[in-house]
Design a protein around this ligand. Structure first.
Ligand code: GLY
Length: 381
């Protein structure tokens, strides 16, 4: 990818965004101290660092932002803050019982990112510990990884898992032990069979028979209703299958990523590239979700890395259109206020105070996408 994929005006836009990003993130890092941010309200991040909230699935993304900024700028302040966050998660590894499939999001962005960039041995051990916990969730009868805990959810898989299993691919690369990657492939195959529909849209949750792996139900999850199309779920599938292709070379995963991508792109065209919360929600009220756009943009850029030259422009152009539309409508560049990307949406039916707010993973994916386009990123997945 590179110079021929976008014009001079877009290159200038990217460089301007990067300048604003470096100013804003330096200020945020200084202000955040040891907070673990989730949502910003009135320009101030909340804090999930208390022990009761430490296992929340989004808690690694701040680490991901810090490591990406450290890699791009070499500013030590980012590394120091990221290391303090990484150490906090040791409590969760010891406690174990409250962990879930999102150990992928949590440790890929903290310990594994640290290890990839610095070679730190303690970080490697933490990453492998988390990978062993994720692999240990695998149900060999139904052949899937259940997402959450609780007897009533023992057979539930969710499409979000596609972004957690790169932790397993990493563990196989790191140890040479094929079991981790085999489990990741089982999960990708199950999601492909159960969650991805023929038109490229996806179910969020699939409730499976834990003994046979057969589908029992597909409730709405975080989307509008069963059979609708929660946009962040589409983005998890789009990027997740592209990553499974990167790690396995299996063509069926790239084909799935492209199918979901085509559905995603055709769904944002009618809203000027600003993603709705659910692509099949009623026309009123109009709920958006910026986090879906940011994650999808990263996934489109990932697909662009694996397709022939003639196809690349299509994916890069779609990513740029989404990013530029969101930047001009939804970004807050004031360095005195926390969070860049506004208009995130935790779930379609969520409490109103979780709707159209800046959410930490929106910022993470927006930053990753900008850094990818400028070749200043590193692969965290
Ligand atoms: N993984 C949960 C969510 O996307 O909200």
């Amino acid at each position: 990818m590179g110079e021929t994929m976008w014009n001079e005006r877009q290159q200038q836009w990217l460089e301007e965004v990067y300048e604003k990003l470096t100013v804003k993130m330096a200020a945020e890092c200084e202000r955040a101290k040891d907070k673990i941010p989730y949502i910003a309200r009135n320009g101030v991040f909340d804090d999930h660092s208390g022990k009761d909230q430490l296992n929340f699935w989004t808690n690694g993304f701040w680490g991901g932002i810090l490591w990406q900024m450290y890699h791009a700028t070499e500013q030590e302040c980012y590394k120091e803050a990221a290391r303090r966050l990484e150490a906090k998660f040791d409590y969760l590894l010891d406690e174990y019982i409250r962990l879930h499939h999102d150990v992928g999001f949590m440790w890929l962005h903290t310990a594994v990112a640290d290890y990839r960039l610095t070679g730190d041995e303690t970080a490697r051990k933490r990453g492998l510990h988390a990978a062993a916990l994720l692999a240990g969730r695998f149900n060999p009868a139904g052949r899937f990884i259940p997402a959450w805990n609780g007897e009533d959810r023992i057979g539930w898989i969710i499409i979000d898992s596609m972004m957690n299993i790169p932790l397993l691919y990493w563990a196989t690369d790191e140890t040479g032990d094929p079991r981790f990657a085999m489990i990741a492939r089982e999960q990708a195959d199950k999601e492909l069979a159960m969650a991805v529909r023929p038109d490229g849209s996806c179910n969020h949750i699939c409730c499976l028979d834990p003994m046979t792996g057969e589908m029992l139900d597909n409730p709405a999850g975080q989307g509008y209703e069963s059979g609708s199309s929660w946009s962040r779920g589409q983005a998890w599938a789009l990027y997740g299958f592209a990553l499974s292709y990167r790690h396995t070379g299996e063509q069926k995963y790239l084909d799935a990523a492209k199918r979901v991508a085509h559905y995603f792109i055709s769904s944002v065209v009618r809203t000027d590239f600003l993603p709705l919360c659910d692509f099949r929600q009623p026309s009123d009220p109009v709920y958006y979700d910026s986090t879906a756009g940011a994650c999808a943009a990263c996934g489109l850029l990932e697909i662009a890395e694996h397709v022939p030259m003639l196809e690349k422009t299509f994916y890069v152009d779609a990513a740029l259109r989404i990013l530029q539309a969101m930047e001009s409508n939804w970004c807050d560049w004031d360095p005195d206020r926390d969070s860049v990307l506004q208009m995130g949406n935790a779930a379609y039916h969520d409490r109103p105070d979780q709707r159209h707010v800046p959410i930490i993973y929106g910022d993470y994916f927006f930053i990753e996408a900008i850094l990818r386009l400028l070749k200043k990123d590193f692969l965290i997945w």
